[in-house]
Design a protein around this ligand. Structure first.
Ligand code: E4P
Length: 217
C-alpha cells in the first residue's frame, strides 16, 4: 500500500519523507488555508521535496475553467496530480486532462457509481472519503470494498486512494481490502507506530538494563 500524506505542512512532510514513509502528498483548499501559504509556492516546494504524485486541487466548478486551472497547476512540476471534484464538470475535465497525459485525482467520491464514472473518464486516482461517510453514520469502509470489487471485475487501472482517513483502524481496514493508496494526516501516520505493549515492554527492558549497571556506549 502506498502512503500519501494529507497535508501542506512542509516540515511534517519532510520528517515523514526522510523516513521513507511518503509515496506522495495530497492537498485540498482547506489544507492550503491551514498552511497559510500561497498555493503555487507551497505546492512547488512539496513537489521539489517528494518524488511521488502531489495532488493540487482546482477550485473552478465549470469544466473549461477547471481544465485551465488544472493545466496551470500541472505546470508547477511533473509530479503534480490535478485534483478534481466528482461532479459532471469534474468528469469532463478529467477526461480532457488525463487525455493530455496529466495525472488526475478525482476527489469527494462517496458512492461506487461515482467511482465507476471516474475510472471511465480516465482518472489516475479515485479518492473515496471514509471519515466523512462515518461522520454521517454510514460505513466508509464498505465504499472502499465496493470500489475494489468493481474495479477488479473490469480491470480498471484507476488506483483507489482511500482518503479522509482519521484513525489507525481505517488504515488497517483499507489495507486489508486492498486500497492501492491511503492518504492520512501526519498524526495518523505517526500513530501507526504506537502500541501500549511496545511502551510497556520497553519500560521493563530499560528498568532491567539499569539494574545491570552496564553501558553500551
Ligand atoms: C483527501 O485527498 C482529502 O484531502 C482528505 O483526505 C479529506 O480528509 P477530511 O475528511 O478529514 O477533511
Amino acid at each position: 500500500m502506498k502512503f500519501f500524506v494529507d497535508t501542506a505542512d512542509i516540515e511534517a512532510i519532510r520528517e515523514l519523507n526522510d523516513l521513507g514513509m511518503v509515496d506522495g502528498v495530497t492537498t485540498n483548499p482547506s489544507l492550503i488555508l491551514k498552511s497559510g501559504r500561497d498555493i503555487l509556492e507551497v505546492t512547488k516546494e512539496i513537489c521539489d521535496l517528494v518524488d511521488g504524485p502531489v495532488s493540487a486541487e482546482v477550485v473552478a466548478t465549470e469544466a473549461d475553467a477547471m481544465i485551465a486551472e488544472g493545466r496551470k497547476l500541472a505546470a508547477i512540476a511533473e509530479n503534480i496530480a490535478v485534483k478534481l471534484p466528482l461532479t459532471w464538470d469534474g468528469l469532463k475535465a478529467c477526461k480532457v486532462l488525463s487525455g493530455e497525459g496529466f495525472m488526475v485525482n478525482v476527489t469527494l467520491c462517496f458512492s461506487p457509481n461515482q467511482a465507476l464514472l471516474a475510472a471511465k473518464a480516465g482518472a489516475t486516482f479515485i479518492s473515496p472519503f471514509i471519515g466523512r461517510l462515518d461522520d454521517i453514520n454510514l460505513d466508509g469502509m464498505d465504499l472502499i470494498a465496493d470500489i475494489r470489487e468493481i474495479y477488479d471485475n473490469y480491470d480498471f487501472g484507476t488506483q483507489i486512494l482511500a482518503a479522509s482517513i482519521r484513525t489507525v483502524n481505517h488504515v488497517t481496514e483499507a489495507a486489508k481490502i486492498g486500497a492501492d493508496v491511503m492518504t492520512a494526516p501526519p498524526s495518523v501516520i505517526k500513530a501507526l507506530a504506537k502500541h501500549p505493549l511496545t511502551d510497556k515492554g520497553l519500560e521493563q527492558f530499560l528498568a532491567d538494563w539499569a539494574k545491570t549497571g552496564q553501558k553500551i556506549l
